[in-house]
Design a protein around this ligand. Structure first.
Ligand SMILES: C[S@@+](CC[C@H](N)C(=O)[O-])C[C@H]1O[C@@H](n2cnc3c(N)ncnc32)[C@H](O)[C@@H]1O
Length: 288
């Protein structure tokens, strides 16, 4: 009998003991939540810049400057109340993603998307923009600050595909010259919009084929600007006016103008012309 009472007591602990375990479980749960918060704070140290909205019509001009169409996926890094993201979907038919570190602003953005009828084409991520995967973006819009732009620049250049467009409200990108600058009158002041096209990586040494002849093209690249040399039969000519526009390359060498399309290993669809003579084809393979 004693034995059976003891076993019953072991199977079902007294109320006081159960309450202790319950308290312990609550404390453990609180510790897990606190650890999660600490981890979140470590990864999301707070906004790099506070929310200041781009006036609606200035936002639309940013998207126009980037030639946004229904084929685009537009990312607004630091999307505030979501107005650029919603305008990209509503005015241009694009898909759009807002990345915002401030949770209430993310909630406001989602509500705006619902009331604007574009919720099916937009996504708002509660995220630090420095960890966002940008590989699906064809257009990136930002309204940050000079120093934040500089911190973001390597990520934009390495993650965005060549030909993707970048538009920044009021702040430039250090020594990365914009491809275009536009001033827009807003309701209270003049705004400056900066525009860039992400250049393909053309720097390196290329083996050129042109009309049965071979040459060696050495290119140095600084953002979208190219310099270098073209060596043909031991003759070296300087590369001048070299430029990338996305994956499109253009340069002059030895009085001729070269154009083509750069991929990782090749330059294709090339034409080389002198004056008004019909252009001839050329191509190149990457040596290193
Ligand atoms: C100047 S506001 C621009 C808002 C919006 N893009 C516009 O043009 O109206 C910058 C926004 O970036 C957000 N932000 C700042 N640092 C961030 C970060 N590291 N990750 C994500 N959002 C951030 C801020 O909370 C703020 O909403």
């Amino acid at each position: 009998m004693k034995a059976s009472r003891r076993s019953t007591a072991e199977a079902s602990p007294p109320l006081a003991s159960r309450a202790r375990r319950h308290r312990l479980a609550l404390v453990l749960a609180a510790l897990v939540v606190l650890a999660g918060c600490a981890d979140f704070r470590a990864r999301y140290p707070g906004p790099d810049i506070l929310f200041v909205a781009t006036p609606e019509q200035v936002g639309v001009e940013m998207l126009r400057l980037a030639s946004v169409t229904a084929q685009d996926t537009v990312f607004d890094l630091g999307s505030g109340d979501g107005r650029l993201v919603i305008a990209a979907a509503r005015e241009f038919g694009a898909r759009a993603v807002g990345v915002e570190i401030d949770a209430p602003l993310v909630q406001t953005s989602r509500e705006h998307a619902q009331t604007s009828g574009v919720a099916d084409r937009v996504t708002f991520l509660w995220q630090d923009l420095f960890v966002t995967d940008l590989s699906s973006a064809t257009v990136v819009a930002i309204y940050l600050r000079d120093d934040v732009n500089l911190k973001l620049r390597p990520k934009l250049l390495s993650e965005l595909r060549p030909g993707s467009r970048l538009v920044s409200h009021d702040f430039a990108m250090g020594d990365w010259e914009p491809d275009r600058v536009q001033r827009v009158q807003g309701p209270t002041r003049l705004h400056t919009l900066y525009f860039w096209v992400i250049p393909a990586h053309a720097e390196g040494v290329w083996q050129v084929q042109q009309g049965g002849r071979e040459a060696r093209l050495t290119l140095n690249q600084r953002y979208q600007t190219l310099t270098g040399t073209l060596s043909t039969d031991g003759q070296e000519q300087a590369v001048t006016e070299g430029r990338m526009a996305g994956d499109r390359i253009t340069f002059n060498a030895g009085g001729r103008t070269f154009t083509g399309r750069v991929s990782v290993e090749a330059i294709e669809d090339g034409t080389v012309g002198v004056g008004s003579a019909p252009p001839a084809p050329w191509s190149a393979r990457r040596v290193r």
